[in-house]
Structure formats: structure tokens, C-alpha cells
Design a protein around this ligand. Structure first.
Ligand code: FAD
Ligand code: SIN
Length: 536
């Protein structure tokens, strides 16, 4: 079936919804999302959204903190507009129904601002410790009230469709015209066509064995954009969150950085503090520093985890400020008001992605990207905590302004788009191959392309991923597609691209730490790593 719409939005997290709700004022919007609409990293965000709203805070301070954390690679112009446009976008979220936690100061009600690593002020708006769930709830409700928005759940975008594949225009004059989308429930592939396509597919934490990310985070957007020939940037900068709960039965549960913001201290198993050896901000240092410090201490001691101690804050405070984290820990037998919490670093956020300009446009005409899938220049070599939700709302607005300006001038000739070609694929009887390859990609990335890298480890990973990719491609073309197979193909592609970027960067900076080049080299490497596939 062919579905025509003005705007095709791929993904239903903060980026997709914020763009879709606005775009609906100008035309029809189809949101395709590969599971239920709520399933997104947005829904699991804990700490909050950074923005300057406090009296003692200033734009300059937030800008400086972002630039310092970005280790020289953030684009200052982007940092400035994201920070200064932030408060307007926060007001909009509130108009859409988001309720941020408040507190009383001198009998007036103000935002209860949290603090996180790398921030020199309290500036993180939050809804207790379930900020993402509150934002996602409000966005789902707002989108549902827009008559121009149609949501297609369990619809998995497979590939972008380019005009060149239909009319043969060259890569320089190409444009994106839609996407092939797998309708998982009905086992068929639809063709969605649109004047503008917004990629809002989120992150890629599932490329790694240990991650804070939900299952949807398989880097589909980066992989699709790469296959379509878009410019991809800075994928070597993978952020490892220092404090993921360590428990054999806990699947990727994050212990928010806000816990350290409220005084939580990292300790070794023997009870000794160690962060004062690494940074003046100790346990609240930027994430790259904390994750690398934990990695180093674990290697030295042979322990499997470190401890996070916030017992001094007491049960009353903890159950009020962190009710979900408190309850979750308790389910695993840890009472955080009495026990220290065992934690380990885990892959959390991908700072690079599909390269976009200040309006969210990719290098392919009519293809936009927003949210974690995009590389905007804000984060540089390391993201400041709680700047991701902020980036998504600011860029969704800018992209909306751009398409609102362009749409009235668009007069596309109708194209006859060929339906998806399954190429004689048959039903697979060996799905064990898929799960085996999934595990192998994720373990190789964890073991060889983790917090600390070397040339030898990167090369080892490259060879493994190349072999697995060959096997996947054989499988992909022979057998009928399934969600698992599509995701496997995408995590392998993103793994390959991360390694390629990491091998290019011959220095250590921010989140990319290579023992063979342990120092930052501004003379040669004050630039982005860019990868672009030449289409044949
Ligand atoms: P997502 O919210 O991940 O949404 C992506 C959407 O795309 C999903 O609906 C997904 O199903 C869909 N999708 C993906 N691939 C396809 C496909 N092929 N076809 C169709 N649909 C597809 N950041 C902060 O700023 N503050 C925080 O406090 C914070 N806490 C976090 C806590 C956790 C546990 C995690 C995992 C992340 C946290 N982050 C935080 C990061 C932040 O939540 C994410 O970067 C942000 O929510 C990404 O939003 P997004 O809209 O780009 O993607
Ligand atoms: C957290 O709550 O620690 C996550 C914040 C973020 O990733 O920005």
C-alpha cells in the first residue's frame, strides 16, 4: 500500500512528537514508530531537561558548561542558540501539559532545579525522577488531539527512498521522497511518501552489551541515513553513563546522575572514595571523567562494581526526590537510605549521528533529523547531562520553522515509486543465527570499542564486525525480513561506522580515549570525523 502525507516522521520520542505536533498546523503528518508509541528513550529519561530558569543562573554559565564538557568540539553558535532558545521551548512543553516538579521559596512556587555532572548551577527541570515519562505522556496526549496526526504503531522504517533510485537524478540533486516501512503485525511492507521526512529514531545503545537504553535503541536512523548517502559525523563519541545499577536481574536500570547531584558519593567496595584523584568536581565531574575513572579503578581492583553512597540523605528525602529509583532498588533488596548502591558504567548516549545544519537539515534534500539520531554540533566530544532533551525541543522547533517556510513553494511532480521488492526471499528456519550475531556484535563492541580503546582493539573489532556483516547480508537477502533481522543489520552497520570514526581519530578527546594516542591534539583534530557512502 502507498501512503501519501505532507510530513513523514519516523519515531515517537520527544524529537518526533515535538516536530509532528507543530508540523500538523501546516499539513498531514504520519508518525511511524516501530513498537508502541510510548516506547522510546525519552520515556526512560530520569534526571531532566537543562535550561536557564533560575535567578542565580545565566545563559553564559550554561553555554560555558556545555562548551567545557564538549572538549573543544562543540559548535559555539549552536550551543548559544540552543541554550538561549531553551526557556521558550520549556514554556511550550508546559503549555502542552508537562508538569515539572516545583518547590516553595519564600512562599512562592518555583521550579525545583536539579544538579548534574558538569553543571556549575542547579538548572535541571525535572518531574521527580521520571521526567521522560511525564514529557512523553504529555506529548502523546497533545499529538492525539491533533486531527492532522496519524500514528502507525508497530511500523518499522526499513529504508529511505531517494528520487535517484526512481528517476536516476545524480547524488548532488537527489532528494528523499519517503521510506519503505514494515508493518510488523500484518507482515507487509508499505511505501510512505512525503514532502519532508523527519528522522527521529533516537540512539544506538543496543550496539553495546551493557547499556542504559531500551530495546528500540538500535541506531536504525543512522544506518538508514548512511545507506542513503547522508553525511554521518562523530560516531566515536559514545557516552558511557557512570552509574547503571549492577545486579544480575536488573536489565539496564539507570541510577540518575541527579543522585550524585544531591550529594551521592562514589566509593570503592572497600568504602574508600576515589574521585578526588581524578577531578576537582569529584563525583560530579563530567561523565567521561567519571566513567573512565570507574573503569580504571575496576581494572586495578578486579572488582565488578563500585558503590554509590547517598545513605546520609535519609529515607524521607530519598523517597520524595527519587521515588522510582528508591522503589526499583528496593525490589533488588537495596534500600538506598541504608545501603550503598552497586553501579557500573554502561553505554548511554551517542553524541555523533546524522550531520545536520542549524535548521536540522541533513545533507540529503528534504530529509531532516532531530534528537539523538542527529549530530547538531551541540555536544561536541561529550554531552553535558540533560542537554539531550533540550537539544531535541530546540531543533524540532527550528526544523518546523524551516519546513513551514519551504512547504508552500514545493511543487513536486508525482513519482511512480516501485513497491518493496522482497527478491524471492523465503521463510528462515535458522533464527538462531540472528540472535547469535546480535550477541557477537554487542560483545565485540563492549570488549574492544568501550571506554578505553587501543588501535589493536579497534582493528580486532573491525575484523569481527566485517565478518558478521557478510553473514548478515547473506541472511538478509535470502530470508524474509523480521524486526530482529532489520535491527541486527542496523546495529552491525552502526558498529562498523563507530569503529571507522574511532580509527580515524588519532588522539584522545572527550569520550574517545585511545591509549595509543593518550593526549588531545588540537593542532590536527579540532574537527569532526565525517563518513559518507558514495552511492553507485
Ligand atoms: P527516542 O526518545 O529514543 O525515540 C525514538 C523513537 O524512534 C522511538 O519511538 C522508537 O521506537 C522509534 N524508532 C527507532 N527506529 C525506528 C524505525 N526503524 N522505524 C520506526 N520507528 C523507529 N537525556 C536528558 O536530556 N535528560 C535525562 O534525564 C536523560 N535521562 C536518560 C535516561 C535513560 C535511561 C536514557 C536511556 C536516556 C536518557 N537521556 C536523558 C537521553 C534522552 O532520553 C534521549 O537522548 C532522548 O530522549 C532521545 O529522544 P529522541 O526523540 O531522539 O529518541
Ligand atoms: C541521568 O538522569 O543521569 C541521565 C541524564 C542524561 O543522560 O542527560
Amino acid at each position: 500500500m502507498e501512503i501519501k502525507t505532507d510530513f513523514l516522521v519516523i519515531g515517537s520520542g520527544i524529537a518526533g512528537f515535538c516536530f509532528a505536533i507543530k508540523a500538523a498546523r501546516h499539513g498531514t503528518v504520519a508518525i511511524v514508530t516501530k513498537k508502541e508509541q510510548i516506547e522510546s528513550s525519552t520515556n526512560y529519561a530520569q534526571g531532566g531537561i537543562a535550561a536557564v530558569t533560575g535567578e542565580k543562573d545565566s545563559f553564559e554559565s550554561h553555554i560555558n558548561d556545555t562548551l567545557t564538557t564538549g572538549a573543544g568540539l562543540s559548535n559555539e553558535e549552536v550551543v548559544r542558540f540552543v541554550v538561549t532558545e531553551g526557556p521558550d521551548r520549556i514554556r511550550e512543553l508546559i503549555e502542552w501539559g508537562v508538569e515539572f516538579s516545583r518547590t516553595e521559596i519564600n512562599r512562592s512556587s518555583v521550579f525545583d532545579l536539579g544538579r548534574e555532572g558538569g553543571h556549575s548551577h542547579r538548572r535541571v527541570l525535572h518531574a521527580k525522577d521520571i521526567t521522560g515519562r511525564e514529557i512523553e505522556r504529555a506529548l502523546i496526549e497533545t499529538a492525539a488531539s491533533e486531527k492532522n496526526v496519524t500514528i502507525y504503531e508497530n511500523h518499522f522504517a526499513i529504508n529511505l527512498i531517494l528520487e535517484s533510485k526512481i528517476t536516476g537524478v545524480d547524488q548532488d540533486n537527489d532528494r528523499c521522497v519517503g521510506a519503505y516501512v514494515f508493518d510488523v503485525d500484518n507482515n507487509i511492507v508499505h511505501t510512505f511518501t512525503a514532502s519532508f521526512i523527519m528522522l527521529a529514531t533516537g540512539g544506538a545503545g543496543k550496539v553495546y552489551l551493557i547499556t542504559t537504553n531500551p530495546d528500540i535503541a538500535t541506531g536504525d536512523g543512522v544506518a538508514m541515513a548512511y545507506r542513503a548517502g547522508a553525511r554521518i559525523a562523530n560516531l566515536e563519541f559514545i557516552q558511557f553513563h557512570p552509574t547503571c545499577l549492577y545486579h544480575p536481574e536488573a536489565k539496564s536500570f539507570l541510577i540518575s546522575e541527579a543522585v550524585r547531584g544531591e550529594g551521592g558519593v562514589l566509593k570503592l567496595k572497600n568504602g574508600r572514595e576515589f574521585m578526588d584523584n581524578y577531578h576537582a568536581m569529584k563525583s560530579l565531574a563530567p561523565r567521561d571523567v567519571v566513567a573512565q575513572a570507574i573503569d580504571m579503578e575496576l581494572k586495578k581492583s578486579g572488582d565488578e562494581y563500585v558503590l554509590l553512597d547517598i545513605t546520609h540523605k535519609g529515607k524521607d528525602f530519598l523517597t520524595k526526590r527519587f521515588p522510582t529509583i528508591y522503589e526499583q532498588c528496593l525490589e533488588f533488596g537495596i534500600d538506598m537510605s541504608r545501603d550503598m548502591i552497586p553501579v557500573v558504567p554502561a553505554a548511554h548516549y551517542i553524541c555523533g549521528g546524522v550531520a545536520v545544519n542549524a535548521l536540522g537539515e541533513t545533507s540529503i534534500d528534504r530529509l531532516l533529523a532531530c534528537g539523538e539520531v542527529a549530530c547538531t554540533g551541540l555536544h561536541g566530544a561529550n554531552r553535558l547531562a540533560s542537554n539531550s532533551l533540550l537539544e531535541a525541543v530546540v531543533f524540532a522547533h527550528r526544523s518546523f520553522n524551516r519546513v513551514a517556510e519551504l512547504l508552500p513553494h514545493i511543487k513536486d511532480k508525482p513519482l511512480t515509486i516501485p513497491p518493496w521488492d522482497p527478491k524471492g526471499a523465503t521463510e528462515s528456519d535458522e533464527s538462531v543465527v540472528v540472535s547469535h550475531n546480535w550477541d557477537e556484535v554487542r560483545s565485540s563492541m563492549w570488549n574492544y570499542v568501550g571506554i578505553v580503546r587501543t588501535d589493536k582493539r579497534l582493528e580486532r573489532a573491525r575484523r569481527r564486525i566485517e565478518m558478521i556483516t557478510q553473514e548478515i547480508m547473506e541472511y538478509y537477502w535470502n530470508f524474509k525480513i523480521t524486526r530482529d533481522l532489520l535491527e541486527l543489520r542496523n546495529i552491525a552497520t552502526v558498529a562498523k561506522l563507530i569503529i571507522e570514526c574511532a580509527q580515524q581519530r588519532k588522539e584522545s578527546r572527550g569520550l574517545h580515549y585511545n591509549l595509543d594516542y593518550p593526549r588531545r591534539n588540537d593542532a590536527e583534530w579540532l574537527r569532526n570525523t565525517i563518513i559518507q557512502k558514495k552511492l553507485t
